[in-house]
Design a protein around this ligand. Structure first.
Ligand code: BES
Ligand code: ZN
Length: 595
């Protein structure tokens, strides 16, 4: 089976790049990256080599070191895959160099104007390659099964700093007005973990192996918020084995970043909406850190096995949480996740095939298949295995799993074979076939019960019959308790009820974006106009799709809401990340028949 990934032209029967050597220049004026990508082969190669590209202009291809030209041809543009770049490698090619340039519309990049940054003085650039956007930044075998190490020299305007998903190897002035940063990623990674960001950045050390980067105006706050990260790394090591990536640094991006976090190795990318001021959203850091094992060390072979990355990582994140904050905190997090799962199953009511864990995605854009299902259903499947195996046995299994597959990209089937080898009969005993290959959640899925979860659910349940929490009491709740409560309130309320909630619980002024957005969604769906300006501000600045999708959805429920949504979108769309724009457009397309 030469082509094994429905989202890549990578062909297993062809030469495989073992590493990349990149010389790139970041041109903010034209919003392009241009330069040379050299693909180094494991052994001398020749003949046909198919690479993935999207929006790239290819200038030249030749055997590295001034060797013979490699004739090339770009195939037709395919909507999901992009364009196949077919090279003909001269005999005995040990490495091939490709001169190219990206498009200003590259989906893997967002170019920010100075106004979109905190400092307002300098432009900013960041990449987001998962799932299949690396090909819009460089020509490559853009499949998670084709792992590579890389070195890079990145030239940027003087005064800006470049960071990558790699170890920094110093920087030096280039020609007048430019500076070159060098990087090395010695471990083999899937292409979706390639990452670059450029901006006015400052770093603060949090420990001997951990530093947080952000714009100067944000960096102190970020250092304070994430001061517990070294403790998390140590905790994760005790659970999953040694941390294999040398440093764990983080970058806090401008607010248009479309995700909460991205596990770029050695440099996790984070949304600034995590800076709640009270460390209440650091579970996202626990999650991205956990990917250092589940995802970056053992990787899904293709997007069809995405649950192996995310389900395992949600499970791992909650193990870290339980170890650091106790079992009740973890149970509450499972409770929050339960609602996310229900929402995702509801959203895919008409596409049940996207609620399998082992998906079939030929012809489906992985960004369109994205949902809470691989996360929360996947994590519940892992718990089902853990409970059936016994927690202590399962902990040993996890360490053995890491050891067996480290630096490899595997399929669900390989995972199942390994489980069967260690725990014969376990898969059948938990009904694995139904978890993996059937839609929805099995009836016997693990439940997470704790008294607090029951109390909060009951309290929310009583809303309709007039039960109200005591506002003085709510002040003592942990943020997750309030979030859990809000999740379980009716989705639409009267004006009086909205006013009561906001007046007594001060929701519109919250710095915790999970709580804020949960509230704004109730208020927006209820047509409660006092929150409209807050919603407008959020949708004009924050690009995190987890917030943008439901908020546009909630605004769609009333005519004044739809009017606001259309206004905000018209004004803000040019500043949105391409992925955020697409999500907002899709949600608003559902408004169509209404005024
Ligand atoms: N790897 C994901 C983000 C991602 C997934 C980007 C698929 C592109 C395609 C990251 O680890 C993630 O899951 N982020 C979550 C964090 C949450 C589950 C704690 C997010 O962004 O909300
Ligand atoms: Zn994740």
């Amino acid at each position: 089976m030469p082509r094994i990934d429905p989202h890549s032209y990578f062909d297993d029967a062809q030469p495989r790049a073992r590493s990349w050597s990149l010389r790139l220049c970041v041109d903010f004026g034209r919003k392009v990256i241009y330069g040379e990508a050299t693909l180094v082969f494991a052994s001398a190669a020749s003949g046909v080599l198919d690479l993935d590209t999207k929006g790239l202009t290819i200038r030249r291809a030749a055997a590295a070191g001034g060797g013979a030209a490699a004739p090339f041809e770009l195939g037709p543009e395919e909507p999901i895959l992009g364009r196949r770049l077919r090279l003909r490698l001269p005999a005995e090619t040990s490495a091939v160099s490709i001169s190219y340039e990206t498009s200003p519309e590259a989906v893997g990049l967002q170019w920010l104007a100075p106004e979109q940054t905190e400092g307002k003085k300098h432009p900013f650039l960041f990449s987001q390659c998962q799932a299949i956007h690396a090909r819009s930044i460089l020509p490559c075998q853009d499949s998670a099964v084709a792992r590579v190490s890389y070195v890079a020299e990145v030239t940027v305007p003087e005064g800006l700093t470049a960071v990558m998903s790699a170890g920094p190897e110093g920087d030096a002035p280039a020609e007048a007005g430019w500076r070159t940063f060098r990087f090395r990623m010695p471990q083999p990674i899937p292409s979706y973990l390639f990452a670059l960001a450029v901006g006015e950045l400052e770093g603060r050390d949090l420990s001997h192996r951990c530093r947080v980067w952000a714009e100067p105006a944000t960096v102190e706050k970020a250092a304070e918020e994430f001061s517990g990260t070294e403790g998390m790394i140590a905790c994760a090591e005790s659970l999953f084995g040694p941390y294999d990536w040398d440093r764990y640094d983080m970058l806090v991006l401008p607010p248009s970043f479309p995700y909460g976090g991205m596990e770029n190795p050695r440099m996790t990318f984070l949304t600034p909406t995590l800076l709640a001021g009270d460390k209440s959203l650091v579970d996202v850091v626990a999650h991205e850190l956990a990917h250092s094992w589940t995802g970056n060390l053992v990787t899904n072979a293709t997007a069809e096995h995405f649950w192996l990355n995310e389900g395992f990582t949600v499970w791992a994140e909650r193990r870290i949480l339980a170890a650091l904050k106790g079992p009740e905190a973890a149970a509450l997090a499972w409770g929050v996740g339960q609602k996310d799962l229900e929402e995702a199953l509801e959203r895919f009511r008409d596409k049940p095939e996207l609620t399998l864990l082992r998906t079939h995605l030929a012809g489906v854009d992985p960004d369109d298949a994205f949902s809470g299902v691989p996360y929360e259903k996947g994590a519940r499947f892992v718990v089902a295995l853990e409970r059936a195996a016994g927690p202590a046995e399962f902990d040993l299994f996890v360490k053995a799993y890491m050891k067996r597959f480290r630096f490899q990209s595997i399929t669900t089937e390989q995972f199942c074979d390994f489980i069967e080898e260690i725990f014969p009969g376990l898969l059948a005993s938990v009904g694995a076939a139904s978890w993996l290959n059937e839609p929805g959640l099995p009836d016997d899925a693990p439940r997470f019960v704790c008294r607090r979860l029951e109390e909060l659910s009951a309290l929310a349940e009583g809303w309709k019959s007039g039960r109200r929490p005591d506002p003085a009491q709510v002040l003592t709740w942990r943020p997750t308790e309030l979030l859990l409560y809000l999740q379980r309130l009716p989705r639409v309320m009267s004006r009086e009820d909205c006013a009561w909630l906001d007046g007594n619980l001060g929701l519109t002024g919250r710095g915790n974006h999970e709580i804020l957005v949960q509230w704004l969604c109730i208020a927006a769906a209820s047509g409660y106009e006092p929150v409209f300006e807050r919603a407008r501000l959020l949708l004009s600045t924050v690009g995190r799709m987890k917030y943008v999708r439901p908020l546009y959805g909630a605004l769609g429920k009333t005519a004044p809401g739809r009017k606001l949504a259309r206004e905000v979108f018209a004004a803000a769309a040019p500043t949105y990340h391409a992925l955020t724009r697409r999500v907002a457009e899709t949600v608003m397309a559902g408004y169509e028949t209404q005024a």
